[in-house]
Each structure stands twice: as structure tokens, then as C-alpha cells.
Design a protein around this ligand. Structure first.
Ligand SMILES: [Ca+2]
Length: 310
């Protein structure tokens, strides 16, 4: 107890372990700190929480300072996560043989995104399989720096195998994965339309209708197919041969327009419908004065003339 009176009632500053966040700044006897690994890393030493205790007359941490590292392999089933090459952000080791499995609920697919990828060309290889193990179909085999941006599984598993030879290393990879909540992605809703059906699982269909005055570009419902893609693209709701809005560009836009022009654009406006024209003057086109003869529908006129004096 006398040592405590002299101020040695504090544990040593544990620092902030790399690849981790520390919670707690109090190192006094009786207090605790927690260390949470950053995404993709796991505890390689210690427990999440350590306390400053008195043991054998000494003030000390109850266990080793927690450390976090990127492991060789793992099993993932949370909705999203990060897979790092072992040793990340440092170089990976030689002679590795690391396996990761990502598992989603049956009927769901998995999307992986390559955020970083750099391995020794031809010798240090990451294989991605569409299924739970090495025997599942190969989605791709990657080395060097050539990777796609995304990969999608068609099954509810992805299996990754990283093998390295016995010399030369590199940064490795950082891969983000995401489990699709739906079997097919939200197909969206056409502009001026309505969607019927909220189930995007395999075998489900969704159909569409359009607001009055618009017609579906194709009537057939979309079917969520086994490969997690919809059977057709989203239909459009087309007006009756009319555009509801448009853009008129000066000749040669976005380059400078030629000199000595006298251009007329004709906008066909359905009788009785209002319209609005906006002219956006760009710095280069400082004479975007719409010398506009815009006649209103009340004129009983079928055509409206817009003239740009350039
Ligand atoms: Ca190598």
C-alpha cells in the first residue's frame, strides 16, 4: 500500500495498438481499456478488455496488450466485411496457403469488390470460386495487378484461396464483400410508372404499369432468374411520341459555335399543354439571349419558335 501512496498506482501507457482503436484513457488502478480491431483484422494477442490491477504487490495490466493482425484465412457470414491478405498493410509472407469462405443465407448472392490488389505476377495467386470450396466453379484467378472491379457469386458461397511461392512478396489485397439482401437487386421503378411486387427472390416476378398517357415499352413481367439477374431490363413508360423535356444545344456544343449563324429550332407543343424553356448562358456564350418568339398555347399555334441570336 505504501507504493500506491508514492504515485505508482497507474499502469504503463499501453499505446494504441496498430490496426485497432482503443477505448479508455484512464490507466489508474481499477480502470479498464478496450481494444477493437479495425475491419478485416482479428485479435492475435490478448483479450478485448484489460484492467489495471494490483497483483503480487505490483500495479499491472491484467493481461497482455491486445494486438490485431490480418489472418491467413477465415470464415465470414456477416452482411458485409473486409478480407485482407495476411500481414496487411505490410507485405504478405512466402509459401502461404490461405482459405477464406464467405457464406450468405441460401438464395442470396455475394458481391466482392477489389479495393487494392498487388501480388507477385504469375507466382502469388488468388483464386475466387463460386461456391463453398476449391471444387466449386472458378470465378477468376488473379495475380499481379489485373483484377475486375467487382465479382458476383451465383451461389450463396464464395471461396477464396491465396497461394504464394517461396520468394518475392508484395502488398497483397484488400477485398470488400457484401451479401445481397435480395437475390436480385432492386430493379427500380420506371419514370411515370408504378411497380407491382416487392419480392426480389429467385423465381419472383415484378410487373409495372404507367401513368395515364404513357405506355410500357414491354409488358412482360420481370422474373428474378437463378443467376440473380432479372430476365429483362426495366421497361420505360413512353409518352405518345412526345418528349416531356429536352435540351437544345448551340451548334458544335460544347465547342465554340461558328460565326454568322442564324438558327431556328422548332418545338412541337401539344395543344393545351404548357411549356417552359430555360436558357442557361454559359460563360463562353455570353449572348445567349433568347430572342424568343415563344407563342403560348392560347395562340392556338401548333409550333413555338425559339431563336437564339448568336
Ligand atoms: Ca512470391
Amino acid at each position: 500500500a505504501s507504493t500506491l501512496a508514492f504515485g505508482h498506482n497507474e499502469c504503463p501507457d499501453p499505446g494504441v495498438p496498430i490496426n485497432a482503436r482503443r477505448f479508455g484513457d484512464n490507466f489508474q488502478l481499477g480502470s479498464s481499456i478496450s481494444v477493437i480491431c479495425e475491419e478485416g483484422f482479428i485479435k492475435t494477442q490478448g483479450t478485448e478488455t484489460i484492467s489495471c490491477i494490483l497483483m503480487d504487490g505490483k500495479v499491472m495490466w491484467s493481461g497482455p496488450i491486445p494486438r490485431c493482425g490480418a489472418p491467413c484465412g477465415g470464415h465470414f457470414s456477416s452482411p458485409s466485411g473486409v478480407i485482407l491478405s495476411p500481414g496487411w498493410p505490410g507485405y504478405y509472407k512466402d509459401s502461404l496457403n490461405c482459405e477464406w469462405v464467405i457464406e450468405a443465407e441460401p438464395g442470396h448472392s455475394i458481391k466482392i469488390t477489389f479495393e487494392r490488389f498487388q501480388t507477385e505476377l504469375n507466382y502469388d495467386v488468388l483464386e475466387v470460386h463460386d461456391g463453398p470450396n476449391l471444387l466449386s466453379p472458378l470465378l477468376g484467378s488473379y495475380n499481379g495487378t489485373q483484377v475486375p472491379q467487382f465479382l458476383f457469386s451465383s451461389s450463396n458461397f464464395i471461396y477464396l484461396l491465396f497461394t504464394t511461392d517461396n520468394s518475392r512478396s508484395n502488398n497483397g489485397f484488400k477485398i470488400h464483400y457484401e451479401i445481397n439482401t435480395y437475390s436480385c437487386l432492386d430493379p427500380g421503378i420506371p419514370v411515370h410508372g408504378t411497380r407491382y411486387g416487392h419480392d426480389f427472390s429467385i423465381g419472383s416476378t415484378v410487373s409495372f404499369s404507367c401513368d395515364p398517357g404513357y405506355r410500357l415499352s414491354h409488358e412482360e413481367p420481370l422474373l428474378c432468374e437463378k443467376n440473380h439477374w432479372w430476365s429483362h431490363p426495366l421497361p420505360n413508360c413512353d409518352g405518345k411520341n412526345e418528349l416531356t423535356s429536352g435540351t437544345i444545344l448551340s451548334p458544335g456544343y460544347p465547342e465554340l459555335y461558328p460565326n454568322s449563324l442564324n438558327c431556328t429550332w422548332t418545338v412541337d407543343v401539344t395543344h393545351g399543354k404548357g411549356k417552359k424553356c430555360n436558357c442557361i448562358p454559359l460563360p463562353l456564350y455570353n449572348q445567349c439571349s433568347m430572342g424568343v418568339g415563344l407563342r403560348t398555347p392560347e395562340d392556338q399555334s401548333k409550333f413555338d419558335i425559339m431563336q437564339f441570336h448568336l
